[in-house]
Design a binder for this molecule. Structure first.
Ligand code: PLP
Length: 472
């Protein structure tokens, strides 16, 4: 299994190389040269596997044994996907939302340590990073900016790991009390929380400024764990296979998935599962008011937004101006033509857009790849949270509400539709209260977390200070 850039650079890499590197040499993203297939017989034999064994079977298709010994990979999936970490033996249990709409299901991906689906991949990634760094005799300083879910999932995955330090910038005073407590209560010596007096974009600008100092970056082994990381994508493929198997009894049945989308990382994994042969009918892409992706899938125009056109919404983890992983789908859509992708992204990187509406690839997209898309508003999400609660007794968060709403609108009759739950309502308590009139109750463990002492360094827009902290 070798990996190639979406922009056509000929250098091939192995899984372990792709795991730790960011972009390809030509600025593209890495993808397998050809996608592995899941056979009918495999699918049948996987029906009875525990989650960690299913994860091993799926992920090992993307990893050569002589690159990363499969016995080691199996040990890592086994320690990552446990009841202790994810709350249940099923890891991603299903709930019926039949009373809301016939055939509608909810797959719970948010029972990991930070109560958002990013834990599903990040918990394995922490183990893979620690393993690979030790093997290559390297250390890594992970530098990131977060407005919530990514930063906390990264910190909980990397805490206490050898060879890894995390420097996570967050906008001071702009995260919910729960999100702040989750991150800032960590006391591990390798976790560094830095609150920046500014907005999320200011945090990102600092990260860029530090990373653009190539000497500093090389000297201090600066890396990231953002959503383009290939290890995260493959780990996410697993829950699509699991959702399919758990909602069917025979491989002749099809199901659809409804996915609340921002950077296109989650639904890209669904696309890969479908290409590998999982009988997925439709991939229903749901966006909020930041509808860059829904616009592409309905019109063929991909138009990243300027900052002024990027809205702060009640589903903040989907507030994106462009969708970094979308380039990987475009590569498949355009028949693995790296030159065409490179030409399109030359426009995008210049702040422009592109229009595929008149191409045969776009015209056959829906039939060939199964994508449809829709957009929700704040009022839609409130209404969906309320109705879902009233009719089914299940309380969902604002991101999940987007998937439940668009899933209901675009589901085909007779085909079960699984909406992916990407966060628990307690993370977005204020909006949930706006919808149902009460805040989601906290567990005793969550109450205890809120009361823990917090550790955070607050700084101004100070690049030099961040460099100082990393240099030690
Ligand atoms: C990150 C996130 C999303 C968006 O996922 P992408 O992979 O960026 O499309 C949706 N919901 C929640 C709660 C998230 O944290």
């Amino acid at each position: 299994m070798k990996y190639l850039s979406t922009r056509g650079h000929p250098a091939k890499q192995t899984f372990s190389q792709v795991l730790l590197s960011g972009l390809a040499e030509d600025g593209g993203l890495m993808l397998p040269e050809t996608l592995p297939k899941i056979t009918e017989a495999e699918l049948t034999s996987w029906r009875t596997l525990p989650y960690h064994a299913l994860a091993f079977n799926v992920i090992s298709k993307f990893v050569d044994n002589d690159d990363l010994p499969h016995t080691d990979l199996a040990a890592m999936t086994k320690s990552a996907y446990t009841k202790e970490v994810f709350g249940t033996d099923e890891i991603t249990p299903l709930t019926s939302l039949e009373k809301l709409q016939p055939g509608l299901l909810l797959q719970h991906l948010s029972n990991g340590p930070t109560l958002a689906f990013k834990d599903m991949a990040m918990q394995l990634l922490g183990r893979l990073f620690e393993y690979e760094l030790a093997r290559q005799n390297k250390t890594l300083n992970i530098l990131g900016a977060t407005s919530g879910d990514t930063g906390s999932a990264a910190e909980y995955a990397m805490r206490g790991r050898k060879g890894i330090s995390v420097y996570m910038l967050s906008p001071a005073g702009r995260m919910s009390a729960f999100q702040r407590a989750q991150m800032y209560s960590l006391q591990d010596a390798n976790i560094h929380n830095i609150a920046v007096e500014g907005v999320f974009d200011d945090c990102q600008d600092i990260v860029k400024a530090v990373s653009n100092d190539l000497n500093f970056k090389r000297k201090h082994n600066i890396g990231t764990v953002n959503s383009i990381n290939w290890g995260r994508i493959v780990a996410q493929v697993v829950y699509y296979v699991r959702g399919y198997l758990a909602s069917t009894t025979s491989n002749s049945q099809k199901v659809s998935f409804a996915v609340p989308s921002g950077n296109f990382g989650n639904i890209l994994a669904g696309h890969i599962a479908r290409e590998m042969g999982v009988p997925i009918d439709t991939l229903i892409l749901a966006t909020n008011e930041n509808n860059v992706l829904a616009e592409f899938f309905t019109t063929g125009v991909y138009r990243p937004r300027k900052s002024a056109e990027t809205y702060e919404t009640s589903s903040p983890s989907m507030d994106i101006s462009k969708a970094s992983n979308f380039e990987r789908f475009a590569y498949h859509l355009l028949g693995n033509d790296g030159e065409r992708v490179a030409a399109l992204w030359k426009e995008v990187d210049r702040g422009g857009s592109f229009d595929l509406s008149n191409t045969p690839e776009f015209k056959s997209l829906r039939e060939r790849f199964g994508f449809v898309a829709g957009t929700s508003t704040h009022a839609n999400r409130l209404n969906t949270i309320r109705t879902t609660y009233e009719k089914t007794g299940t309380l969902i968060d604002t991101h999940t509400a987007d998937a439940v709403l668009i899933g209901q609108q675009l589901a085909k009759t007779g085909i079960p539709t699984i909406a992916l739950e990407t966060a628990l309502p307690i993370k977005f308590a204020a909006t949930v209260k706006e919808a149902v009139g009460f805040e989601p109750p906290m567990t005793d463990a969550q109450k205890a977390m809120m009361a823990l002492p917090q550790q955070v360094t607050t700084i101004g827009l100070d690049v030099a200070r961040v460099k100082q902290m990393i240099a030690g």
